[in-house]
Design a protein around this ligand. Sequence first.
Ligand SMILES: [Cu+2]
Length: 150
Amino acid sequence: MRLTFIIIYFFSFLANSHEYNKNEVIIDHPIIKVSSADSKIGAGYFKVINNSNEHLYLREIVASISTKIEIHEVIKQNDIYKMRPIKNDLLISPGESLVFKAKSYHAMFFNFNRILENNEMIKAKINFRNNLVIPVEFKIIIGQVNNSHH
Ligand SMILES: [Cu+2]
């Protein structure tokens, strides 16, 4: 009984995880959270792991589903979280990782050009300095978005 449970857990974990790898740089579990299928904005989360020996600078994210994608940072001012586009490329040092998550760095997708489906995969490219481009697919997660400071 217990073994069955462990096996099911293991395979469901595999099914839920997706990652992309190029030049020793890993993009782990990219998702876009939206509040509904016809949302016009969404927040993108993922983890960047730099296993290379080079300094890595994340520059931008591009995807045909969205006309504008910004990388935001979140700052806390007078106990209120505020987000704003980053001014400089994001450094991830060799051996370090950076997590895009709620109340922290995230990608803002604006103006989706069609209705979205839960769990569908959205093609995108994450661009770094020195012409490093990592193609990924963001999984759409509908529901449970806290719009005030995702
Ligand atoms: Cu934002």
